[in-house]
Write a protein that binds this ligand. Sequence first.
Ligand code: ZN
Length: 353
Amino acid sequence: MRPSLLLAAVFWASGVPAQEVRLVGPTSWLNHSKAVVTHTIDDSTRFVPECLDAMDKYGIKATAFVSTQRPPIADLWPRLRKAVAEGHEIGSHSRTHQCKWPDTEEFCRGAYSDDEIRGSIRDILEHSPQKYVWSWAYPCGNCADRRFVQERLAAAGYLAARTYPGEAEDRHNLPGLGEFAINPYEAAYTQVVQKKGGIAKTGRTSVPELNAVFDEVHRKGGIYHFVSHPQWLDYGPDNFYEQHLKYLGGRKDVWYVPFGLLYAYKAVLAQTEARRIGRNKFSVYNLLKKNMYPVALTLEFAAPSAAPVQVLANDKSLPEKSGLTDRWDAEYFRREGNTLYVTVRPDVVLDFK
Ligand SMILES: [Zn+2]
């Protein structure tokens, strides 16, 4: 036996891979997905449970933006609690949903009070198992471009705020954003999927047109973010909403994630350091507050040996997993040829055996 083979046999016998695992770096999207699908739905209406039921059929994850002191919110909390447990997010759509067209500075100063901004956070934390409130949606799209409003939201701890631009001129239908917004407090989306509603002149319900917009974002590996109002949908597998959900769902190359957690992920990706600290040992850490940023990221490793590998995260063995990527905080690894994709929450020491 040649010495190198002998050495390999010794390593193999002791459970250490013969070849060194090399850190390539973080992947753009969780679990090396090609693209992202996120969904946001607006308003406290009796249609919210049916809307969540519909998206659960197809594995779509959403942020339900509710106004926390507007009826029938008391009837919605039980279904919202279940949604949080299943990987959806509750976002704030204020407490009372005040609107004014066109908005004025005076209106915005009053509508963006501590009671509306911080009170709605307290309501969500009190009524659900959610540990943090990451996202806001501007009621009626009002006040979204006002700096002082954005600053108040940021000061209250929100990571992102979704717009609803130009409803009266139908500009809300297809903002066309297929990536992160440059300003997360003025975050647009890709398109709406809903019938005409509110003060809009038209909606978007043509399934081929809706699907084509997704295809374009998917081709570029971007973020497909669609917005719906549950009260302006038709439910059932033969209608436009579920037809579109069915087209989006069940894809192995897509990460399904709520909106606020996606923006939390952006910060985790940008601010996490991963480095080698020993043979097949790596530290992964950041200085972010864990309650605000409880999100995993994926590190790519080159693992030329085809031998089975055990990945320890802080001395705990990670499960090997294939299947849909539809959570943002789960920890696991996946092998694809000579590559290992390891999905973990910082701060952690990884050890390959
Ligand atoms: Zn609304």
